[in-house]
Write a protein that binds this ligand. Structure first.
Ligand SMILES: [Zn+2]
Length: 331
């Protein structure tokens, strides 16, 4: 079982969307349990858009009832309502588990969502949240028991605990779907810089003057500044993932990456249109349990992104596959 503070937001969104799609396609008549689940998903998505961490996606019974359009005046009424419908939701999943896991597998989803609650300590409110159960959990256990094969100890799994928003002024840079003329602008800019640079060089070469020097310095400064500003974007577009510049992330985000993800729309040639997205990849070091952050690789790991342990940044270095969200110790 994956608890909420370990949950991967990519997987959470994908899993819940898949299950909602299943409910629509299967035409299940029991409405309330689905409405409660949907309300929890909607609340979680709203919080994710507000940059909440996975561990903050917990809601009290009244909040969920309100979101599901069953407002209750009394807290205990609301709690009872959620608990009852959660039972029905569990039953619904249990009764259709084969069909659901099949549907999920077809859509590349590896988990099933469940409605969980936090412990009630000293009569405090309990909070509800969506937990994820790996579909393959029991199969893997069986495999380990049968073959005695243990998973490699020095492999690492990354997760996405947050999808931060860029500051408002930088959003157009990120969220434009890069296709057509926008795509060509990205290619056109470096070419323009090259041509202008060559013209300036010729001008200086044949008739150096105060004017020519002045324009060379101004234009070089403008292009130098734009280059520094846009370099991370070009890198993310080319390599599909890169380190996000500090000015793009807010202070409370320690380290963020930029990834170039597929959107739902396609180009006329059938290829997916992609857009840039801010994302935080993190992991726990399998050797010392400290946090692992993504950084640019140095020396032998040049041109790669690597996971570096906060406690032992020289020795606990891991490869970083942002697609599979996996890595290995690479010292
Ligand atoms: Zn470590």
């Amino acid at each position: 079982m994956i608890t909420n503070d370990q949950v991967d937001l990519d997987e959470l969104i994908r899993t819940c969307e898949c299950l909602r799609e299943y409910f629509i396609k299967a035409g299940i008549s029991e409405r309330r349990p689905i409405e409660i689940f949907t309300a929890l998903v909607e609340k979680s998505v709203l919080y994710i858009r507000d940059e909440a961490l996975a561990s903050q996606l917990i809601f009290d019974a009244n909040e969920i009832c309100e979101q599901a359009h069953y407002p209750k005046n009394d807290y205990s009424d609301a709690k009872e309502f959620i608990v009852r419908n959660r039972k029905n939701f569990d039953k619904l999943i249990e009764n259709n588990v084969e069909e659901i896991t099949h549907f999920c597998a077809l859509n590349g989803v590896k988990y099933l969502p469940t409605i969980k609650n936090t412990d009630s300590k000293g009569g405090h409110k309990i909070f509800f949240y969506i937990g994820l159960v790996p579909i393959s959990e029991f199969i893997k256990h069986e495999l380990e028991l049968n073959t005695g094969i243990k998973q490699d100890d020095v492999s690492i799994e990354y997760r996405v605990p947050q999808l931060p928003q860029a500051p408002t002024w930088a959003r157009p840079l990120l969220y434009l779907k890069i296709s057509g003329w926008k795509f060509y602008t990205y290619i056109f800019l470096p070419i323009l810089a090259l041509i202008l640079g060559y013209i300036l060089f010729l001008w200086n070469y044949f008739s150096m003057s105060t004017d020519s020097l002045f324009y060379t310095i101004i234009i070089s400064a403008v292009f130098g500044f734009s280059y520094c500003l846009l370099k991370p974007f070009y890198e993310a577009i080319q390599k599909r993932v890169g380190i996000a510049p500090i000015w793009l992330t807010k202070l409370n985000v320690i380290s963020a990456q930029l990834r170039y993800v597929r959107t739902e729309s396609k180009r006329p040639n059938g290829k997916f249109i992609r857009a840039l997205q801010l994302v935080v990849y993190q992991a726990e070091c399998p050797i010392c349990n400290s946090e692992v952050f993504i950084e640019k690789g140095k020396k032998v790991h040049k041109d790669r992104l690597v996971g570096v342990c906060d406690e032992s940044p020289r020795e606990h270095i891991f490869s970083f596959d942002h697609v599979m969200k996996k890595g290995k110790l690479i010292i």
